[in-house]
Design a protein. Structure first.
Length: 122
């Protein structure tokens, strides 16, 4: 696996972790201490901020998991990839988008820029 693919795998591990303790550990494994996450609905920094956004997504979409769409495209310290939020029960995916990440020298995420391509209308 490339450094980009490894970082994206850890990213999804964090988004799919369950429970505050597991989310906190997965976020620490994936992001630098001062790492950021920015999308149309959130702009946070640090492990606690990122963990709070992930916990909020779990509250809003119980029984869903994040899945990668397609391949990771990366060069230098930057990568992009698509994703969707999928219901474990019926396979529906009401939310989809793509993210661009910047990696630190240790391979952890320094910054995430998220874009939403599909969101629920109600």
């Amino acid at each position: 696996m490339s450094v980009h693919e490894t970082a994206v795998a850890r990213y999804f591990e964090a988004w799919n972790a369950q429970g505050a303790e597991d989310i906190a550990k997965a976020v620490a494994d994936a992001w630098t201490e001062d790492g950021t996450y920015t999308d149309p609905l959130a702009d946070v920094s640090g492990h606690a901020g990122v963990a709070a956004v992930i916990a909020g997504a779990h509250e809003q979409f119980p029984g869903f998991e994040f899945r990668q769409l397609g391949e990771v495209d990366g060069h230098h310290s930057i990568a992009r990839f698509g994703w969707e939020l999928v219901s474990v029960a019926d396979g529906s995916a009401p939310v989809a988008g793509f993210d661009v990440i910047e990696l630190a020298e240790d391979g952890r995420i320094r910054r995430v820029f998220g874009f939403l391509d599909r969101v629920p209308t109600s």
